[in-house]
Design a protein around this ligand. Structure first.
Ligand code: ASP
Length: 441
């Protein structure tokens, strides 16, 4: 049994958090591979180490001294060393880094040191071996990860060992350090889990899993207990942000479940993300989660006989593609089609686009509805179940939410409604209170 664990910045913010990590790792002998972020904020208003490192890089770029910021970074690590009682000194490495900063260091290399030092300390604290990410995460020149080469390298470095690995970075073919985009330690963890064929990838953070709805809109939403990778994709596409978007692919590809856990509440089971969920594990209602986003427009094109005119949809989509506008949803009728698009994307070229649509399709009418929000109720248990959408629309109607658009994916994994932006929060609350809180199954 092998569990690969990744701890986020808040789980490593100070010695107290380091101690929590240690007791989590020691609680289970299968927890042999640990990936760490750089120390995050200890309290609101505090600074993340990675932010401070980027700040140093910006100072260097403009020729301004960053001595004070660098001292702050150094102090944070030294405090952890002292309070955890570690017998290790990073002084020499910090001095060498400072010299390198004076003589020219890339932003990526500097930013990566947050994770590097964090992993050095955690390895010492746990009594695990330190394995540098630069020794196995291999980027190609196009910036993507060479998965086969990386997996093979990690297998020879870490197979059957207890190791700590810094997240967030790897190495380019020419030996330069390259980081992922922000939050990228999640990806390092996923790659390590995939490379080593882990039984589970535990992603430890500061919430007890993915919440069923946005806590800024719904009071105290419950965490999702189990969710499939496909459901999660639906939820994150429409606004729920939990993991770095590059995280899912490597673990899903190898059929490895991903468990989101809370370092500050280690007994909570968190959210388990899996390819499929057996009936015996099912519990709770038919909605797995609710997500949504504002900022959409609906362009509706009406033309008598449109559906029997081959190629008309193609002409419409070509115009949008030319303006680099992505169509999010495409509900259609016999004589009309609606294109749900992000308002941001169309605002620059809306009139030009409408002119071209008029010319290409010669419709009877084109209307544009702005200030639309999309709300999605996602749930694998909704599939092929009669009556679910009826219940959802009825509840929204009863509560005064005017539905401007309805659509459902072919897999029946979600029901998506377009509402006016002013009704957005209300729509999410109605769905949550009526179906999740009441535990309607
Ligand atoms: N430390 C990096 C960041 O703040 C990467 C990570 O934490 O995942 O973005």
């Amino acid at each position: 049994m092998l569990k690969v664990l990744k701890f986020g910045g808040s789980s490593l913010a100070d010695a107290r958090q380091f101690a929590k990590v240690k007791s989590i790792v020691e609680a289970d002998p299968a927890r042999r591979v640990v990936i760490v972020s750089a120390p995050g904020k200890r309290f609101s208003g505090d600074h993340k180490i990675t932010d401070l490192l980027y700040l140093c890089a910006a100072h260097i770029k403009y020729g301004v001294s960053c001595e004070d910021i660098f001292a702050m970074i150094r102090d944070r690590y030294n405090e952890i060393i002292a309070e955890c009682g570690l017998h290790i000194s990073l002084d020499k490495e910090f001095d060498a880094l400072w010299d390198k900063m004076k003589n020219g260091i890339s932003q990526d290399e500097l930013a990566s040191r947050g994770e590097y030092f964090s992993a050095r300390l955690m390895a010492e604290y746990l009594g695990y071996e330190f394995v540098d990410a630069a020794r196995w995460i291999k980027f190609k020149f196009d910036g993507t990860v060479d998965q086969d080469a990386s997996y093979e390298a990690l297998r020879s470095l870490a197979e059957d060992r207890r190791v700590v690995i810094p997240g967030f970075y790897g190495v380019m073919p020419d030996g330069h350090i390259r980081t992922f985009s922000r939050g990228g330690s999640d990806i390092t963890g996923a790659l390590a889990a995939a490379a080593l064929g882990a039984d589970v990838y535990e992603n430890w953070t500061d919430v007890s899993g993915i919440l069923m709805a946005d806590p800024r809109i719904v009071d105290d939403p419950e965490p999702i207990r189990r969710v499939t990778y496909s459901e999660l994709r639906e939820l994150s596409y429409i606004g729920a942000q939990v993991l770095h978007e590059g995280t899912i692919f490597p673990v899903r590809e190898k059929n490895i479940p991903l468990n989101i856990r809370n370092t500050n509440a280690p007994d909570h089971p968190g959210t388990m993300i899996m390819e499929s969920i057996g009936d015996e594990m099912e519990e709770g209602g038919f909605i797995t989660g609710i997500a949504g986003k504002k900022g959409f427009s609906i362009i509706t094109i009406a033309k008598t006989g449109m559906s029997s005119e081959p190629g008309s949809l193609l002409k419409i989509l070509n115009v949008l593609a030319k303006h680099e506008v992505n169509v999010e949803y495409l509900p259609s009728g016999i004589d009309n089609v609606s294109l749900v698009v992000s308002s941001d994307k169309v605002s620059r070229s809306l009139y030009e686009m409408l002119g071209e649509l008029q010319k290409e399709v010669q419709p009877n009418k084109i209307t544009v509805t702005e200030h639309i929000a999309i709300v999605a109720a996602v749930g694998r248990k909704m599939a092929y179940r009669p009556g679910v959408s009826g219940k959802i629309f009825a509840k929204l109607g009863e509560n005064g939410v005017n539905i401007r658009m309805i659509t459902q994916g072919p897999e029946e994994l979600n029901i998506i409604v377009g509402v006016e932006e002013k009704d957005f929060e209300q729509a999410i609350r109605v769905l949550y209170n009526s179906f999740v809180k009441e535990n309607v199954v």
